[in-house]
Design a protein around this ligand. Structure first.
Ligand SMILES: *Cc1c(COP(=O)(O)O)cnc(C)c1O
Length: 467
């Protein structure tokens, strides 16, 4: 699709709609002439140059990429009206679109009933799930894995409830024996399972946790902010397929969070929270004398903690889902490409003499580090940091990110490493752009070159020191 053409059509379509309401005089206080705008715009676009090229396949760092052009056009077109999805009075069309996309997300997870809405972010979506958890189990805490997103601990603090971090196993998944030890204490009311940790993409064993819910009377919340759309690859044939059990089990959990602004091709901010039991809407009851008046239908603001929210976010997601629906044949193909890139790259790293895999990717995050002699944590840490910096500064740049692994996490995976410090940074690449599929060979060759240069430089330095 031709983005320029459709951006032009967006302004025309809204102008046609606006013309139906009759002419009026714009106020001179808002007037900006084209010359002044041109100067400001030039400065503005110049300032925006100070960014990393998230769109480019040579950017293989954090969880970042531009939205799909369909989402851009959907967002911009609706933004020209600027509906507020707090209430049907603020944006009836986009509120209905929000209901529809939320129903599509619920269907994707296999929820047969649901209550849910979009949020500004995964953090707010998780806050809502933990808030409902607290209302249902007052005085009891929340357990989440030590590798869960850092905001769970923070939101427990906000909600005044105790957080219980649970150790992870050698794959970065929640250790369910350790969880059960904590549950025996009777202090925990809700367990957060992460399907796709932000650092390594590890998937907690949701299916095995179901039995603990019955045994200890806890709620189960799934944080699928990053990983949620991978449910489209659950049980798929071929190498990109992933084990189905944890994903199918989400349908039986009490709530789930997903971020369409990560793998759903959306601009920030677009998160979503879904509850399986619509009855939890009662915890949101509030009286607002000035917001709800044109309809007795449920307003989205009556079931969300936030008040104003961009109707444009719902519009963008709705338009995207019309074209690339959350099905294996739609968005699933986009995720499959990134996953296949991650598998391919991890095979290349496994065969490499310059690099070593930190752990095998479960989804689309590749973690690796340079081989250095001697293999000390401090040496690995310094070499990873240099590869990151030199990769970005190079004339043919590659953009990576780092992840800090603590000593235990590192040596459980690599027992031969010399643990001379309390941890090490390793390199991390989130391959969330389908284009990565055709660029891993190049990425790998570049990172190998950087690793050789860095380890060559450090062995020369050692020789010099020894002399
Ligand atoms: C990104 C992420 C969050 C936080 O979501 P934001 O949209 O960045 O606020 C929470 N949990 C997981 C697993 C994430 O990956």
């Amino acid at each position: 699709m031709d983005l320029q053409h459709w951006l032009g059509r967006a302004t025309e379509a809204i102008q046609e709609w606006a013309d139906g309401f009759g002419p009026y005089e714009p106020h001179p206080s808002l007037h900006v002439d084209d010359d002044r705008f041109a100067a400001a715009f030039q400065e503005f676009t110049g300032r925006l140059g100070d960014n990393y090229p998230f769109f480019h396949p040579h950017y293989a760092g954090q969880m970042l990429k531009p939205p799909h052009p369909a989402a851009v056009v959907g967002y911009l077109t609706a933004m020209l009206i600027n509906p507020n999805n707090h209430a049907l009075d603020g944006g009836p069309a986009t509120a209905r679109m929000e209901r529809e996309v939320v129903a599509q997300l619920a269907a994707m997870f296999g929820y047969d009933t649901h209550l849910g809405h979009l949020t500004t972010s995964g953090t707010i979506a998780n806050l809502e799930a933990l808030f409902v958890a607290r209302e249902l189990h007052p005085g009891r805490g929340i357990a989440y894995s030590a590798d869960a997103h850092y905001t769970h601990g923070r939101m427990c603090h906000v909600l005044g409830i105790k957080g219980h971090p649970v150790p992870t196993d050698e794959h970065g998944r929640m250790d369910l024996d350790a969880l059960e030890d904590i549950l025996r204490g009777g202090e925990v009311g809700t367990v957060v399972l992460t399907t796709g940790t932000t650092g390594l993409g590890a998937v907690d064993p949701v299916h095995r946790a179901l039995a603990l819910r019955e045994r200890y009377g806890v709620r189960l919340h799934v944080d699928a902010a990053y990983g949620g759309f991978f449910t489209l690859l659950a049980g798929a044939e071929g190498p990109e397929g992933i084990p189905a059990e944890p994903w199918r089990a989400i349908a039986r959990c009490d709530s789930v969070v997903i971020d369409p602004h990560k793998h759903g091709l959306q601009p920030y901010g677009c998160g979503a929270v879904l509850f399986r039991d619509p009855e939890v809407g009662r915890f949101y009851l509030h009286d607002s004398p000035y917001t709800y008046f044109t309809s007795s239908e449920l307003h989205l603001g009556e079931i969300s903690l936030e008040c104003s929210r961009a109707g444009a976010s719902a519009a963008a997601l709705w338009l995207t889902f019309r074209l690339l629906p959350p099905t294996p044949a739609g968005l699933g193909r986009v995720l499959a490409a990134g996953r296949s890139a991650a598998l391919r790259w991890s095979d290349l790293i496994t065969a490499s003499e310059a690099l070593e895999l930190y752990q095998r990717p479960e989804l689309d995050i590749v973690s690796y580090f340079p081989r250095v002699e001697p293999a000390t944590l401090s040496g690995i840490d310094a070499a990873s940091a240099r590869i990151l910096a030199e990769g970005m500064a190079d004339a043919d740049p590659v953009f990576l990110s780092t992840l800090r692994a603590d000593r235990d996490a590192f040596t459980t995976r690599h027992p031969r490493a010399d643990a001379d410090s309390d941890g090490a940074r390793v390199l991390r690449s989130v391959l969330m752009k389908p284009e990565s599929e055709h660029h891993v060979e190049h990425l790998h060759a570049r990172v190998e070159e950087l690793a050789r240069a860095v380890s060559g430089a450090s062995s020369r330095a050692r020789v010099l020191r020894a002399q």
